[in-house]
Design a protein around this ligand. Structure first.
Ligand code: N9Y
Ligand code: NI
Length: 185
């Protein structure tokens, strides 16, 4: 199972490297990685398991974070209708997005960043995403709210981008044009 010691931190070059497309069918190793990443999120959100293994809770995890350059990430969270969104996205992309942006008013964090980085991280408010499942099935999803933010945070990892790259350097809490704060966090 994936533990905190397996998650690489800021300064590791893999976090700044673009991950490579995954070929289908997935190898046994790719499949194990995909399943392990989703399992980490589930374990980390279970208070007993998180405590037992010292896991920091996460709603998303990208392969770069476990030092693998495969274009895949896991998400495990509820959308604003309380529906569970739990999947591994392979070779994900955003095919369209709103002009309108959103941001978490308390900013973002990252399992690979052991410090608080204050500031708004502008994200598209709504996205249409395409990706492949572990079994090679193509999916098209419309996301908004926290799932849309999380999808963009994870896709950034696959491109070697960190959340704080998007923070306004002069004024971290400067008003973001054409945006609204996402509440509920
Ligand atoms: C794990 C991150 C991904 C999220 C950061 C912002 C959107 C996606 C993660 C650090 C510790 C807390 C946790 C988190 C959360 C947020 C809102 C509502 C409920 C993947 N990561 N976290 N970041 N939890 N829970 O770095 O899940 O933000 O790349
Ligand atoms: Ni992250």
């Amino acid at each position: 199972m994936i533990l905190m010691e397996d998650i690489i931190r800021e300064g590791h070059p893999t976090l700044r490297t673009r991950a490579e497309e995954v070929k289908f069918p997935l190898t046994d190793e790719d499949r194990k990685l995909a399943n392990d990443m989703l399992e980490y999120l589930i374990n980390s959100q279970n208070p007993e398991t998180a405590e037992k293994y010292g896991l920091r809770p996460g709603i998303g995890l990208a392969a770069n974070q476990v030092n693998s350059l495969k274009r895949m990430f896991a998400l495990h969270l509820e959308d604003d209708n309380g529906e569970l969104l739990s999947f591994v996205a392979v070779n994900p992309k955003i095919v369209s997005h709103s002009v309108e942006k959103t941001y978490l008013p308390s900013g973002e964090g990252c399992l690979s960043v052991d410090r608080q980085v204050p500031g708004y991280v502008p994200r598209y408010a709504r996205i249409t995403a395409k990706f492949f499942t572990i079994d090679g099935e193509e999916k098209k999803l419309r996301l908004k709210g926290l799932p849309a933010i999380a999808f963009q945070h994870e896709l950034d990892h696959l491109n070697g981008v960190m959340f704080y790259d998007h923070i306004n350097q002069d004024n971290p809490f400067a008003e973001v044009p054409d945006s609204f704060p996402l509440n509920g966090e």
